[in-house]
Design a protein around this ligand. Structure first.
Ligand code: NAI
Ligand code: NAD
Ligand code: ISE
Length: 336
């Protein structure tokens, strides 16, 4: 069965996901587009999906009779309303991270999906589909022994002026919040945030870099450096220290060169390239499940847990280095 897809938000990632549905993946066809900036939706129709209808609002797109499943790739603050509307319509929905910008919002989604009684939502936590993270998870299970420490870094070359201090958590760290919990098969119990002096390239409304320290239920201590004006490249690092050894996330493939008396490897600069295959695999997983009227992969529950953790980290940004406790509610059986 070909799943007929509607996309809400045709900016950077909405456009890229449209490209992969058209050119890379099997089983999906884009039939509907909407964007508050209508010219972006028109451009995606012209370049990628010539037969797609353009709708004035996300709600109209979700209600359209020929839309089987929905991709929500608009700005984070708009996600909740479209995911709730998709659940109300009984349509599978792939929602980019964050599921909602607050834990309260994510909880409303979990409640709506639980009341519906079947999984309909997949959250865009693509790192769980990345071959490097999958290999790291296997290395922990088979070789390093039980984890004790995690050292991670999430570095972007630059961010626009609109990116302010809390976004380092709910826009950027949210990927580590999800993938480390999945890697360690654990949950968080507290968060702290520390700031060094501001980097010279940070904007007026952004503390950059920041170090977030998370503690887990099993007693693992995690430090994550978030540095979104690091200038030199897009760089994701993760090292697990276990009882018997250490495992590191592999670097992306790059040609090693000996040039001009230097030994060098290029470093990527764009998130679209760093996880390109993981995005392909996550969306193929979505199309496969959507063909059966359901969803798989990272769930609303994972989005909710990430939002609870992210709210605590934002509170910790304001707590002068003091720990903020994280309490998880009981998981509904739909997500077991
Ligand atoms: P963007 O700003 O390039 O694109 C967002 C688009 O959504 C814009 O074209 C905007 O006009 C449109 N839009 C916003 N509100 C809308 C609404 N209510 N209805 C229709 N259209 C609306 O942003 P970008 O970078 O594409 O990010 C979009 C989402 O994807 C965000 O949630 C972001 O966190 C997530 N994202 C995820 C990534 C990942 O690695 N999984 C990477 C980049 C973004
Ligand atoms: P973007 O600004 O390039 O695109 C967002 C688009 O949504 C814009 O075109 C905007 O006009 C449109 N939009 C906003 N509100 C809308 C609404 N209510 N209805 C219709 N259209 C609306 O942003 P982006 O970089 O593509 O990010 C979009 C989402 O994707 C964000 O949630 C972001 O966190 C997520 N994202 C995820 C990853 C990832 O690695 N998984 C990477 C980038 C972005
Ligand atoms: C962006 O929205 C993403 O999700 C990228 O993966 C992340 O590296 C970046 O910091 C976010 O702004």
């Amino acid at each position: 069965m070909t799943v007929r897809i509607g996309i809400i938000g045709t900016g950077a990632i909405g456009r890229d996901h449209a490209r992969r549905i058209k050119q890379v993946l099997a089983g999906g066809r884009i039939v509907a587009l909407t964007d508050v900036n209508r010219s972006l939706a028109r451009a995606v129709r012209a370049d990628i999906a010539p037969d797609a209808a353009i709708y004035a609002t996300g709600e109209e797109l979700i209600a359209a009779g020929d839309v089987d499943a929905v991709l929500v790739t608009s700005w984070g603050a708009t996600h909740e309303q479209y995911v709730l509307a998709s659940i109300a319509a009984g349509k599978p929905c792939f929602c980019e991270k964050p599921l909602a910008t607050t834990a309260e919002g994510a909880k409303r989604i979990v409640e709506a999906e639980t009341a519906f009684g079947r999984r309909l939502v997949q959250v865009g936590f693509m790192r769980r589909y990345d071959a490097g993270y999958v290999a790291l998870k296997e290395a922990i299970a088979r070789h390093t022994g039980a984890p004790i420490l995690v050292h991670a870094a999430h570095r972007n070359p630059s961010v626009p002026e609109a990116y302010v201090t809390p976004m380092a958590i709910h826009d950027t760290l949210i990927h580590e919040i999800d993938v480390l919990r999945w890697l360690l098969d654990d949950d968080y119990v507290s968060a702290r945030v520390h700031y060094p002096r501001n980097a010279a390239r940070a904007h007026a409304k952004l503390r950059d870099p920041q170090v977030v320290v998370l503690e887990t239920r099993k007693g693992v201590l995690i430090d994550v450096e978030i540095f979104v004006n690091c200038h030199y490249g897009y760089d994701i690092q993760c090292e697990i220290v276990g009882e018997d050894g250490i495992a590191r996330l592999p670097e992306p493939m790059a040609i090693e060169m000996r040039l001009g008396a230097k030994l060098q490897n290029a470093i990527l600069t764009d998130w679209k390239d760093r996880f390109v295959v993981a995005y392909d695999v996550e969306l193929q997983d979505f199309l496969k499940a959507a063909a059966g009227g359901t969803a798989a992969g990272p769930s609303s529950w994972d989005g909710y847990v990430a939002a609870i953790t992210s709210d605590a980290c934002v509170a910790a940004q304001e707590s002068a280095g003091a720990a903020v406790a994280i309490t998880m509610p009981d998981k509904p059986s739909l997500y077991s």
